[in-house]
Each structure stands twice: as structure tokens, then as C-alpha cells.
Design a protein around this ligand. Structure first.
Ligand code: ATP
Length: 290
């Protein structure tokens, strides 16, 4: 096999809690991760030059060693002494720096694809062990589906699949730095934490309305006061019939869950004409694991 075309799927967080700040500056989290059918496409081709060449549709993205696709490729090429090279066409649709694990899922797809085209014989678990060296979210992006992520996000427990439903994605024009969000997060007795265990119960019970009711993201306590447009988008989605709307990751992307297609489609159109968001997508929950 000399080439492979892969979908690198995005994630949303149905729940995100920060349990504590560790002494080394990392944060211990409890997150409910959910794959959605919004994806970047990676076309990976084997070449004769010992090099990783990346081409992408977004001119502002790095195509050198700072691209996570490059890091993933380099890691396997070094470990396995691969003397051929690869060229990668990266077609990005997942909003960048937006709380949807866009870079991590591209890295996961690159590990998966390189394993195939070079016949490395690595199991899913072995790919996940390599993925964590690139980023805490990479192992989850290899696994996919519904999962609880703990530790710094790399300790994964599979959960039963989330109810399949339409998902509206809206990213406002603003950029939000993950570092800023974590640095400004106040963790004290007044912090309202989402009830992650209750949310897990709702997922197991396949009750979309309860899931929507108990979704929560502690990072909204930082982003919403600083970027009111996030709350405006949430309110807009709810007014258009979303059963629940929340910010994903450290934002600024907001997602809305719907219990029927027609309402979701109308909400998609309304969001596009509202001018609140720069990128708007209508997609759905995706539950197949790799
Ligand atoms: P997370 O949800 O894990 O916090 P994110 O959505 O905040 O991820 P990414 O889209 O992964 O963030 O991008 C963060 C930064 O990583 C960007 O500023 C970008 O320059 C860099 N980057 C490197 N490789 C990629 C890639 N393949 N796709 C997107 N961004 C990349």
C-alpha cells in the first residue's frame, strides 16, 4: 500500500471539570469526550525522499516540525528507521485553536496511516502509547467514541455510546488562548463544578434531555465573562431549539445538541445568518471506535 486517505474526526466535550492544579502547573481534569462527524482529511502518500512534506489549505498553519502531523510522522520514522518519506495533503475543516482537538486528531490519523502504509504492525494500544508523547488528547483521538478522560486527559475509560443526535457547531471570530483560560481559572469553594458522574449516568441511560441538563464546562467561568459572544451563541442555539448548548474545551467553539434533524437544520441556517459565528457546521455524534 502506497497511499491512504483518512478522516481525522473532531471532538466535543459534553463535560469538562478541572479537579485541581498540580504543582508542575498541569491541571487534573475529568472530561467527557465525544467524537463528532466533522473532520479534516489527510491524504498520505509514500515517497522516495526521506522527508515529510505537508501541504494544507490553511496558509497560516505551519507545515514544518511545528505541525502535529509532522511530529507524529517523525516519531514513527525515527523509531522504525524508515528510509522512505511521506507527503501529506491536509485539508482542514475543523476550526483551529478552538477546543475541538483539531491538531491532535490530525496527529492521531497520521500515526494510524503511517502504521498502515509502512506495515509497522502496531496495535491500537501501541499507537496510543506513542500518541501521548505528542499531546494529551492524541490517545483519545486514536480511540474515538464516548470516553471519560482523567489525569491530564490521557487516562481514558471507554463509556457506552452517546445517543446519536444532530450537533450544531459555531466558532466565533475571536481567538481564545488555552493558556489564558487555565491561568485565569479560579478553583475555590465557590467554583461550580459540573457533575461528571451524573452525566455519565445520563449517557448510560441514553437520555438526551438529561445529558443536556447536566452538561457543564468549568472553563466557561473564565471565557464567558471575557468573551460574551460565547454566551450569545449558546442563547441563540437554545432559542432555535437546541436541547443543550455549551462551549467545547477551552473554547471558543460552542456546540448545540438537537433531538430532531429539521430543527437542527433550521438552527444551522439561523446561526449562519446571525453573523455571530465565523465557522458554522451541522454534523452529528459519531460512535464507531477505531
Ligand atoms: P484542543 O481542543 O486539544 O485544545 P485546539 O482546538 O485548541 O485543541 P488545535 O486546533 O489543535 O487547537 O491547534 C492549536 C495550535 O496548534 C494552532 O495554533 C496551530 O498553529 C498548531 N497546530 C499544529 N499542527 C496543527 C494541525 N495539524 N492542525 C491544527 N493546528 C495545528
Amino acid at each position: 500500500m502506497d497511499d491512504i486517505s483518512l478522516k481525522a474526526l473532531a471532538k466535543i466535550n459534553l463535560g469538562l471539570d478541572v479537579v485541581r492544579r498540580r504543582e508542575d502547573g498541569y491541571h487534573e481534569v475529568r472530561m467527557i469526550m465525544q467524537t463528532i462527524h466533522l473532520y479534516d482529511r489527510l491524504d498520505i502518500t509514500k515517497t522516495k525522499e526521506k522527508d515529510i512534506k505537508i501541504q494544507t489549505n490553511l496558509s497560516f498553519l505551519p507545515v514544518n516540525e511545528n505541525n502535529l502531523v509532522y511530529k507524529a510522522g517523525r516519531l514513527l520514522m525515527d523509531e522504525f528507521g524508515i528510509t522512505d518519506g511521506v507527503s501529506v495533503k491536509l485539508d482542514k475543516r475543523i476550526p483551529v485553536a478552538a477546543g475541538m482537538a483539531g491538531g491532535s486528531t490530525d496527529a492521531a490519523a497520521m500515526l494510524f496511516g503511517m502504521n498502515r502504509i509502512f506495515g509497522l504492525g502496531l496495535s491500537k494500544k501501541q499507537l496510543m502509547e506513542r500518541g501521548v508523547k505528542i499531546g494529551a488528547d492524541v490517545p483519545y483521538c486514536i480511540m474515538r467514541g464516548t470516553a471519560l478522560a482523567e489525569g491530564i486527559g490521557e487516562e481514558l475509560s471507554a463509556l457506552p455510546p452517546m445517543v446519536k443526535c444532530p450537533v450544531l457547531i459555531a466558532k466565533p471570530q475571536i481567538s481564545v488562548s488555552t493558556k489564558f483560560v487555565y491561568q485565569n481559572l479560579k478553583l475555590d469553594d465557590d467554583t461550580i463544578h459540573p457533575d461528571i458522574d451524573r452525566l455519565i449516568g445520563d449517557i448510560k441511560a441514553k437520555n438526551l434531555h438529561s445529558i443536556a441538563e447536566h452538561m457543564g464546562n468549568v472553563l466557561e467561568t473564565v471565557t464567558i465573562p471575557n468573551y460574551p459572544v460565547i454566551d450569545e451563541i449558546k442563547k441563540h442555539m437554545t432559542a432555535q431549539g437546541a436541547v443543550g448548548a455549551m462551549m467545547s474545551g477551552s473554547g471558543p467553539t460552542v456546540f448545540g445538541l438537537f433531538d430532531d434533524e429539521d430543527t437542527a437544520r433550521a438552527a444551522y441556517k439561523a446561526m449562519r445568518s446571525s453573523g455571530l459565528a465565523k465557522q458554522v457546521y451541522l454534523t452529528s455524534v459519531y460512535n464507531n471506535r477505531r
